[in-house]
Ligand binder design. Structure first.
Ligand code: ATR
Length: 509
């Protein structure tokens, strides 16, 4: 049924959702009226459906448990026009052709179950969108399977959490160009915007969208770890949570301006009603994860792409969540007791805070460089032709890693053909300035025994990439010694092996 702006469910006309209409038929007159449908009325699905309805789209709704759909329309029916469907057959009937179905159910088995039930009901040219956090290899598999049946499958990363889904997320769709022509305008209408430009764009075929979303989450892990390390260093320098909240607020007015810095200030300034102290001091220091950070690192390992700062961020969460390991080690291991400068005061402390700010910016740039390089390599490997400028553009608002820096990154990719973000003129020049602080901070942390796995990994990456000559030469020598893996010479073409266990002469192989 359509729900008029003022009417609660069931009060205006017979509703399949309330059982007054035969269960598997769409009410007369409503067949083909919905331009888009959402399957799955958990929080992300319902908010996306509301966002679509608020933008004037008639939205068909279906959830396995019908009561959930009824709840959504009872609470939010006045926000737009919804068509409730008690089963998938009437849901499909309600949709205009080509049908656009957005699946927002539990990733994995839930998505496969819905696809299996949905596909027999669809017709050639219809579009199935998976808006969940699917692994890109699953998306590639599903896209292949649906394409063979004449259907379009779009893996769309959606970032911004529940508020973003409702008010304007960043949307990262993959899939065919043809599917985007039919779907893109609708998605773009509900996405976040910057200067009138939507944070939604077609990224490439099959798994491209979900791959980009996965890397977005990997960068998010790194960004959060860096901020946490900055907090740890400032805490070590004697600042309390309230003071730190003030510092993060100030930082949010400059180059570090980002959603995650804003969130950090909010969390740090929150008081704990039970203790009267800062809430952060009452929270167990064990970070959870849902897996997309690990997926990013796994993909990077498979593709052979160095993303060490992102990897350290995932491992830092893992380390924090092994209490038995930490307890055993804490009892056994010694270290310096001085801290990063609890004795610091006045100008000295101010200089340290500024060093930490510069370090945070530097490391953040490295995390973006690593993530974007991973996308570049995946794009080459899978033939996706992802445009990195577009990726930066649609990350500028709506998503969790939205940041002022992304405007700069976007501009750099628009103006230059970059292998790495680090060579972009404004980034390169920025790092030339910030690196002294970065080295001081990592050095001070090492001296004081404060763990900064993210900052240190990012700095090592920076130094690795700029090194004239890496110690990899020695590794090749070792590999040739014990495994005859051969090596190449700097002064000759071809492949060589030294007869280590014989006369140690060199052979061209
Ligand atoms: P959340 O964590 O917010 O609850 P989720 O677990 O990602 O969200 O997704 C839950 C949604 O997936 C629900 O809409 C759920 O349907 P029910 O309300 O009927 O439980 C849906 N879902 C999960 N598995 C499903 C399946 N096998 N078939 C259909 N829908 C499924």
């Amino acid at each position: 049924m359509t729900v008029p702006p003022s009417g609660p469910v069931g009060s205006t006309s017979p509703s399949p959702g309330t059982g007054t209409t035969p269960a598997s038929s769409t009410p007369p007159g409503l067949t083909g009226t919905a331009v888009v449908g959402v399957v799955g009325m958990a929080v992300m699905g319902r908010n996306l459906a509301r966002n679509l309805a608020r933008h004037g789209h008639t939205v068909a709704l279906y959830n396995r448990t019908t009561a959930r759909t009824d709840e959504v329309v009872a609470a939010h029916g006045h926000e737009g026009t919804f068509v409730l469907a008690p089963d998938l057959a009437s849901f499909v009937d309600a949709l205009a052709r080509p049908r656009r179905v957005i699946i927002m159910v539990q990733a994995g088995a839930g998505t496969d179950a819905v696809i299996d039930q949905l596909v027999p009901l669809l017709e050639e040219g219809d579009i199935v969108v998976d808006g969940g956090n699917a692994h890109y290899t699953d998306t590639r598999r599903r896209e292949r399977a649906l394409r063979a049946q004449g259907l379009h499958f779009v893996g769309a990363g959606i970032s911004g959490g529940e508020v973003g889904a409702l008010e304007g997320p960043s949307i990262m769709p993959g899939g065919s160009v043809e599917s985007y022509a039919a779907l893109g305008p609708i998605l773009e209408s509900i996405a976040a915007e910057v200067d009138g430009e939507p944070c939604c764009a077609h990224l490439g075929p099959d798994g491209a969208g979900h791959f980009v979303k996965m890397v977005h989450n990997g960068i998010e892990y790194a960004d959060m770890q860096f901020i946490a390390e900055a907090y740890d260093l400032l805490r070590g320098a004697g600042l309390d949570a309230e003071q730190m909240a003030g510092i993060f607020r100030t930082w949010n007015e400059g180059d570090l301006d980002s959603y995650l810095i804003e969130v950090t200030a909010e969390v740090l300034s929150q008081r704990d009603a039970r203790t009267g102290g800062a809430l952060v001091d009452s929270i167990v220091d064990a970070a959870g994860q849902k897996g997309t950070g690990s997926w990013t690192v796994q993909a990077a390992l498979e593709l052979g792409v160095p993303v060490n700062a992102i990897a350290e961020s995932v491992f830092a969460r893992a380390a924090s969540s092994h209490p038995e390991l930490r307890t055993a080690a804490r009892a056994a291991l010694s270290g310096p007791t001085t801290g990063t400068g609890s004795g610091r005061s006045g100008a000295d402390r101010e200089a340290f805070v500024e060093d930490v700010r510069q370090t945070l910016w530097s490391a953040k740039v490295v995390a973006y460089a690593q993530g974007l390089h991973l996308i570049r390599v995946a794009s080459q490997t899978y033939g996706w032709d992802v445009d990195i400028e577009t990726v930066a553009r649609i990350w500028r608002a709506g998503c969790i890693i939205r940041a002022r820096l992304l405007e700069r990154i976007r501009g750099e990719y628009a103006a230059n053909d970059l292998v790495t973000l680090l060579e972009a003129p404004s980034i390169r020049d920025g790092l030339a300035t910030t690196q002294a602080s970065w080295r001081r901070v990592v050095g001070a942390a090492a001296q004081a025994g404060v763990p900064v796995p993210g900052f240190a990994a990012a700095l090592s990456y920076y130094d690795t990439l700029r090194a004239e000559r890496l110690p990899a030469a020695l590794i090749q020598g070792q590999r040739d010694y014990f495994g005859a893996h051969t090596y190449r010479r700097v002064d000759d073409d071809g492949t060589f092996h030294t007869r280590w266990s014989a006369d140690r002469s060199e052979a061209r192989v």
